[in-house]
Design a protein around this ligand. Structure first.
Ligand code: F6R
Length: 609
């Protein structure tokens, strides 16, 4: 995934583009570049490395005068990170400069076609094909050239384009990759994501697939794939710019970990009224709930781990069969679905390529799709039958934390809503669940209160070579997420296993001093977990145990270190146990000196397959 930004107005473009790219750096950070129309032609400056390298070359933008431009921060897909493969890519004759997020799947075929016609290529990127095709099809009408190109390219793209012949315009088009247009006064913008332009405007239009935007400083016009003019209704961004800034924290990740209680409150409280779950945004009658014969949860990464917790909640409350699948598998495995299947799609960004493809596959097969999404108006949100938003606010750190917590909260809301509509659960039990859900934000605050214990523990083990997480039932689900969090930001090898699986293989990995984190919050299997703890300790492991406060004393007898969380309904336990585990990953990565918000090889949203 990459970040795109564009500007047209009366101010200098380059300083704004660099500022916008800084807000988008979470989307990719192996190279960056800008192209500006400087009065005589398109001037491109780009460089391998972090944005700070480009910023230095451009002296904060001062070295590249001009009031029209596009910028890009890259996460390499086609061609290694290098100066020449960085964007903007420029056409052979210098007529077009293009920035791109996505993948042109048939680029080789298109490239060969142009090579046979004498076009010379300089980079290994799929994006250069777009720039070259634009010039090839350009006969004096840029809109038409863009249409000719999008008629031919396959794959996903968000494109920002400037043309030497039209120095007073910025063009944009997208398919399956996000792109917004920002509307200002005497200036207009394009960007992959809102934070890039929020310092300038709150009025945005989202481009839908194959829609084209033509921006001049005082106008923004839109066209459909047939190049016919269309009207678009602007929407107003409600959240504040401070939500997308660090606000005194050293890293976005820590800020977002600490924002979890508030994010939970915003996600949960409007949906509970008079002791009942109210999902205003969803049309799911009691009759429809009764007809659901199977539920699928489909997602990737951390969002998938929410699905693993969901299985316990849904099966407990609804006794309906449920499958949880990673989207990249689901989309290719010929799943058995029909109109009585509910498919729940979970995605923070709402743009993950595999998740989007899974959604489309599910709809093609007749299933009803309910999505749980954080980014308002994202592609997944707009293509689903129903959407429930997580009100986590912008999540900037690559490692997901508050999105996970709020996705879990929405899962509980959906499961409880369906149970409420079915009416099988005794009222007192329902009331207790709903009460616990309402307490969740405060209990999350309580779990955050003792950061020092985790920090101290991290200081002792940040040099570990391998770390294992074990748990049973919902504790296993939380362990999967804890292990992912640790490995993605600290680069320490880590695995999660169910306690019961240890002796079927993984226990052979343990050596004297290996760190094992045992999540033992699920009361019914606490004793079983203590047996597992004894097994690993007998092989030399050092054990950090996590449990609920009522079991602290028992845990102390078996483990080397302990962390306690408040007690809550079983299936909600991961919402609390994950907090010390997120903190652990954070502190370990911080002590190792890792780039916490932008871990190597990763990008915030994976808009390519
Ligand atoms: C891990 C992480 C990823 C995402 C995954 C899905 O911290 O953030 O594993 O969870 O790429 O992304 P979304 O939820 O945007 O579909």
């Amino acid at each position: 995934m990459c970040g795109i930004v564009g500007y047209i107005g009366e101010e200098q473009a380059a300083p704004f583009l660099l500022g916008g790219l800084q807000k988008l750096e979470y989307r990719g950070y192996d190279s960056a570049g800008v192209a500006v129309y400087n009065g005589t032609g398109l001037h491109v400056v780009k460089s391998k490395g972090r944005l700070s390298v480009l910023d230095g070359i451009l002296q904060g933008g001062r070295a590249l005068p001009g009031v029209v431009g596009i910028g890009h921060t890259r996460w390499a897909t086609h061609g290694a990170p290098s100066d020449v493969n960085s964007h903007p890519q420029v056409s052979d004759g210098g007529m077009f400069a293009v920035v791109h997020n996505g993948i042109i799947e048939n680029y080789l075929q298109l490239k060969n076609h142009l090579l046979r016609r004498g076009v010379e290529f300089v980079s290994d990127t799929d994006t250069e094909v777009v720039a070259q095709m634009l010039e090839y099809y350009y006969k004096g009408d840029v809109l038409e050239a863009i249409g000719q190109v999008t008629d031919r390219v396959e794959g996903s793209y968000a494109l920002g384009i400037i043309c030497a012949d039209c120095p007073e315009k910025v063009f944009a088009v997208r398919k399956d990759s996000p792109l917004i247009v920002g509307l200002g006064h005497g200036e207009n913008f394009i960007a992959s994501d809102i934070p890039a332009i929020l310092s300038k405007t709150r009025d945005i239009c989202r481009l839908r697939d194959r829609e084209i935007a033509v921006l001049e400083k005082d106008t923004a016009r839109f066209f459909n794939a047939d190049r016919e003019p269309i009207e678009k209704e602007p929407e107003r961004v409600q959240w504040d710019i401070s939500a997308a800034e660090k606000g005194g924290f050293e890293h976005f990740m820590m800020k977002e970990i600490c924002e979890q209680p508030e994010a939970l409150r915003k996600t949960i409280s409007p949906r509970i009224r008079d002791g009942r779950i109210v999902l205003d945004d969803v049309e799911l009658t009691a009759e429809q709930v009764r007809r659901i014969s199977k539920v699928f949860i489909v997602a990737c990464g951390t969002s998938y781990h929410v699905g693993v917790v969901a299985k316990y909640a849904f099966e407990k409350l609804l006794r309906v069969p449920m499958e949880v699948d990673v989207a990249s598998e689901f989309r290719y495995r010929d799943p058995i679905l029909d109109e009585d299947t509910l498919v729940i799609i979970i995605s923070q960004s709402g743009e993950t390529a595999d998740t989007l493809a899974a959604l489309r596959e599910a709809k093609k097969r007749g299933a009803r799709v309910l999505s749980i999404v954080n980014v308002v108006g994202s592609t997944i949100a707009s293509e689903s039958d129903d959407v429930l938003y997580t009100w986590a606010g912008p999540e900037i750190a690559v490692a997901s934390t508050k999105a996970y917590s709020t996705q879990l909260a929405v899962i509980y809301l959906v499961a409880l809503y369906m149970a409420q509509e079915l009416g099988h659960t005794p009222p007192a039990e329902m009331a207790a669940y709903i009460e616990d859900l309402q307490r969740l934000p405060d209990l999350a605050s309580a779990s955050l209160a003792d950061k020092e214990t985790i920090q101290y523990f991290a200081s002792k083990y940040f040099n570990a070579k391998d770390i294992y997480f074990i748990g049973r039932n919902v504790d296993y689900a939380a362990s999967l997420e804890a292990s992912l969090k640790l490995k993605e930001i600290s680069y320490i090898h880590s695995e999660a296993y169910t306690g019961g699986e240890l002796k079927h293989g993984p226990i052979s990995l343990l050596e004297d001093g290996t760190l094992v984190v045992a999540a033992c919050t699920y009361g019914r299997l606490f004793d079983k977990m203590m047996s597992n703890v004894r097994e690993v300790k007998a092989r030399g492991a050092v054990v950090l145990g996590i449990t609920t406060r009522d079991r602290e004393e028992s845990l102390k007898q078996e483990t080397d270190y302990q962390f306690c969380i408040p007690k809550i309904t079983d299936f909600m336990l991961p919402s609390l146990s994950i907090i010390p585990l997120q903190l652990f990953a954070y502190y370990v990565a911080s002590m190792k000196g890792c780039d916490i918000d932008k871990p190597r090889n990763l990008a915030k949203s994976v808009t390519v397959e």
